[in-house]
Design a protein around this ligand. Structure first.
Ligand SMILES: C=C1C=NC(C(F)(F)F)=NC1=N
Length: 204
């Protein structure tokens, strides 16, 4: 149950949102400070430190999106990179044995990511998403089906919520990653718990 958020995705204090999401049962968190009005420099670093501390206190892996230097400065547990970001191989050299997540959209991209030692794949957008302005076209679960024989942990991303999360895990994903369905929820804890329940229930 992979929660992803930055200040622009939260309707209230991001640290509070993360704490409630952790109570709801998320298992990994990604700090993604991106998009219109996102924080930069010292503000981004400060919020990153606070979010990292909450994850550490709760034994939740803390992943940083895109910004390798920020991930190293925060001593994050790992980084997530897209195809447009720095080459996975170079990132792997910079981060040592930290977790390396890569967004992949094809078998070729997956094979390249594996050569770079990717620890997990992000596959999507599974459903239409409003969060990522430059998202690639919606692909449903077809790519999950295609990539699951690589045997690399894989999470779906894009428009996932409590109604459709089990479609993603039933298609072979090891988990789901979610931004808005949790961060915009009236009750963040309940939203995270509902999603967790849905993908655990779906698996049995
Ligand atoms: C663009 C993204 C695609 N996938 C993922 C993750 F869910 F972590 F795999 N995170 C991203 N930021």
């Amino acid at each position: 149950m992979y929660f992803i958020a930055g200040s622009t995705n939260c309707l209230k204090e991001p640290v509070e949102v993360l704490e409630e999401a952790i109570l709801g049962g998320i298992t990994i968190f990604q700090y993604r400070e991106k998009g219109e009005g996102c924080l930069c420099d010292s503000e981004r670093l400060e919020l990153g430190k606070r979010l990292r501390n909450v994850c550490r206190e709760n034994g939740i892996p803390f992943i940083v999106n895109d910004h390798i230097e920020l991930a190293l400065e925060l001593d994050a547990d790992g980084v997530h990179i897209g195809q447009e970001d720095e080459e996975a191989l170079q990132v792997r050299e910079k981060i040592g044995d930290k977790v390396l997540g890569v967004s992949v959209h094809s078998r070729e991209e997956a094979e390249k990511a594996i050569r770079a030692g990717a620890d997990y794949f992000g596959v999507g957008p599974i459903f239409p998403t409003a969060t990522k302005e430059d998202a690639k076209e919606v692909q449903g679960t077809a790519m999950i089906e295609k990539l699951k024989d690589f045997g690399i942990p894989m999470v779906g991303i894009g428009g996932i919520n409590a109604d459709n999360a089990d479609i993603v895990t039933n298609a072979g994903a090891d988990g789901v990653s979610v931004i808005t369905a949790i961060s915009h929820a009236e009750d963040v804890r309940a939203a995270a718990a509902g999603l967790r329940e849905k993908i655990e229930g779906g698996k049995k």
